[in-house]
Design a protein around this ligand. Structure first.
Ligand SMILES: Cc1cc2nc3c(=O)[nH]c(=O)nc-3n(C[C@H](O)[C@H](O)[C@H](O)COP(=O)(O)OP(=O)(O)OC[C@H]3O[C@@H](n4cnc5c(N)ncnc54)[C@H](O)[C@@H]3O)c2cc1C
Length: 622
């Protein structure tokens, strides 16, 4: 039976290559939940088995049910009914029901709300698998961050009110941030939140471009402090779909047709405050968006995987000049680059998800530790401090704090890097997939034209690529990238990749000197060459991740096609050997790119500022 999890050797490999046991230990808080919930695992092995089982059934659902409906969903789109309600495309509605039945709508939520309590890494794998089947459906499946935000920041009462329904798939949500004058710049949000005499909150104003704005539970960013400009005037609210929430229009757009993009007018809509006032943007939305960015990176990998497979298949079957076109160097090269960059994106995304899991795990441990410590100190009185017999615990707490900070810094840099790299890569792969198919690729007969349309949004929503670079370059210029790369370089590798490691070390020196040069030039120059700096850092990180994969302890054979391309007569190769070839290809190609980028950065060319008008000409007059 077709299965988008089992048929993907790279996911299968990474599932085994990554130390999921450590993540399981953190999520399960040393497996304490097994005594309370009969479906909670009692050991790392059991947890990993659960992850595998859920991905297996999701892979089957994606291949057998969701994917066959994607084409019709794309053509049908959603409907705004006369009564203001929205009907999903038939395939979306059916797939959402199946996902609810499969009990996968609360991937990372705690057991007490009916969630699976899985690590983010496994959720990323799930999003990728669903997106390969239908990128538009992922936009609703992947909105689980709304429930996570409620879980992380709302009162217990609000959690109880909504989270059980989210995990049961009875409700869907929306993340309601963007307004006509507040897109990338969310600090400019104007939508008004006001309180009546009894302390009840209401929302008034317009939001646009809201994915699934017709959903049941809406998280809305609004200005609660009318006299305060900027982010600190904003709070986050939760409200329900109802008579005061008007869907004014559904956007007519390029791709992800199955995902309704709504303009909403809130007409004095009753709502509840999430967490504390004024922390809406700076704390809650930032956290929500970080999770969502990882989701879009996973969506991008899924779309790219689907687009690659169409091209791979076509190139083997299509004959021109008496040979299969995959024999032609230009086509061959395109296909290899597609495959290599998908695997690079997946390596980066999974590593980012792992780091985020470590960050969350350590933060929770730290919180738990300080709670226990507080109780302990209260119980035993202040003389504990005086006697100083708590020093061992203190040392442990300090270590926990350091680890927590370290992962937080890495996650803050890797998240925008993943979103940026995977979404840009996905667009290139989808574009090249059409190219491999030639004229046929431009026709609606093949799915790659849909993949290319669906891909286009990934570099825009949840923060454009330019905004991801602004976030990532901070990590590159503050030394976080260098630290992370140094840690990667310090790991143990097989002798086969020694030459590649030397190339990466040379690249790291180029990065260091580029960063030093940029810092001398000032902030404006850093913004100008941010993309080049981030590209170098990502290429180095991916290079090391590939070398790590080529040094894996996982013993696994993967299929490679035979000369006659017969599907049931595939040759196999050891994963380690294959990954060494991928590492060689990726690092060799990028070493030349890194040198060129570093040279460009160090030119000191500022013509973008000095010659803008001359280079670009006037605004066209109609
Ligand atoms: C299909 C779709 C679904 C969406 N879903 C949602 C949703 O569910 N919820 C929600 O709240 N929003 C949603 N959005 C909105 C989306 O997040 C915004 O469109 C996006 O953040 C960009 O904002 P903007 O369109 O206003 O572009 P602008 O902010 O006007 O940007 C225009 C250009 O300027 C560049 N730019 C802007 N600022 C900077 C900067 N500081 N440095 C460098 N370059 C910059 C951008 O990169 C871009 O190239 C959705 C949008 C679409 C199209």
């Amino acid at each position: 039976m077709a299965n988008f999890y089992r048929d993907n050797d790279d996911i299968q490999f990474l599932f085994r290559h990554t130390d999921l046991g450590v993540l399981a230990g953190l999520c399960e808080e040393d497996f304490k939940f097994s005594s309370e919930f009969d479906y909670a695992p009692g050991s790392a092995d059991e947890a990993i088995q659960n992850y595998d089982m859920v991905l297996e059934s999701l892979g089957q659902l994606s291949a057998g049910f969701i994917s066959p409906r994607a084409e019709d969903v794309d053509r049908e789109g959603n409907t705004l009914n006369e009564d203001g309600s929205v009907s999903y495309a038939k395939g979306i509605q059916e797939s959402l029901e199946k996902l609810a039945q499969a009990e996968v709508m609360g991937f990372t939520l705690p057991y007490r709300f009916g969630g699976l309590n899985f690590p983010n890494l496994v959720y990323s794998m799930a999003i990728e698998i669903v997106s390969r089947a239908d990128a538009a459906l992922m936009n609703i499946f992947g909105l689980q961050g709304i429930a996570e935000t409620i879980n992380a920041f709302a009162s217990e009462e609000i959690k109880q009110k909504y989270l059980h329904d989210f995990t049961a798939g009875k409700v869907t949500g929306a993340m309601v941030l963007t307004e006509p004058d507040a897109g990338s710049d969310l600090q400019s949000v104007k939508l008004r939140a006001f309180e009546d005499d009894k302390g009840n909150w209401f929302l008034h104003g317009v939001k646009r471009f809201i994915t699934n704005g017709c959903g049941d539970v809406l998280l809305v960013l609004a200005r609660s402090e009318p006299d305060r400009a900027g982010g600190l005037g904003l709070s986050l609210f939760v409200c329900e779909r109802g008579p005061t929430v008007h869907i004014r229009r559904l956007e007519d757009k390029l791709g992800i047709q199955g995902s309704p993009t709504c303009e909403i007018f809130f007409d004095n809509t009753p709502c509840e405050l999430i967490g504390e006032r004024q922390r809406g943007l700076v704390t809650y939305v930032m956290s929500l968006m970080n999770g969502a960015r990882i989701g879009i990176a996973a969506q991008s990998i899924g779309i790219a995987e689907a687009a690659f497979r169409v091209a791979r298949d076509y190139a083997a079957m299509r004959y021109q000049f008496g040979v299969a076109i995959e024999k032609l160097p230009a086509v061959r090269d395109m296909l290899i680059d597609m495959k290599t960059t998908i695997e690079a994106g997946r390596a980066l995304l999974y590593e980012t998800s792992r780091v985020v899991d470590m960050e969350i795990g350590y933060a929770e441990r730290l919180e738990c530790d300080s709670r226990l410590r507080g109780n302990d100190i209260k119980k035993r009185g202040n003389d504990i401090k005086k006697r100083g017999n708590n020093s061992g615990g203190k040392e442990e707490a300090k270590q926990l704090k350091n680890e927590s900070r370290r992962y937080k810094r890495y996650a803050a840099m890797l998240t925008p890097m993943s979103k940026y790299y995977c979404s840009e890569m996905c667009n290139k792969v989808a574009y090249d997939s059409i190219q491999v198919l030639g004229g046929s690729g431009y026709m609606r007969d093949y799915a790659c034209e849909r993949h290319a349309r669906d891909a286009r949004i990934t570099t825009i929503y949840e923060g454009t690529s330019q905004l991801q670079i602004v976030a990532a370059v901070r990590g590159v210029c503050s030394g976080t990238a260098e630290k992370f790369i140094t840690e990667l370089a310090g790991q143990s590798y097989e002798p086969e990749v020694k030459g590649l490691l030397e190339k990466l070390a040379e690249g790291t020196e180029q990065l260091k000197s580029s960063v030093a040069f940029v810092k001398e030039q000032g902030t404006e120059y850093m913004d100008l060459y941010g993309r080049a700096l981030v590209d170098i850092a990502i290429d180095l990180i991916n290079g090391y991740l590939f070398c790590g994969q080529a040094s894996t302890k996982v013993d696994m054979e993967v299929a490679v096609s035979t000369k006659d391309n017969s599907a049931n007569n595939n040759e196999t190769v050891c994963i380690k050997k294959r990954k060494a070839k991928i590492a060689r290809r990726y690092i060799t190609k990028n070493a030349a790119k890194i040198t060129a980028l570093a040279e460009l950065i160090r030119t000191g060319d500022k013509s973008t500022f000095s010659d803008y008008d001359a280079l670009i000409g006037p605004v066209p007059v109609e």
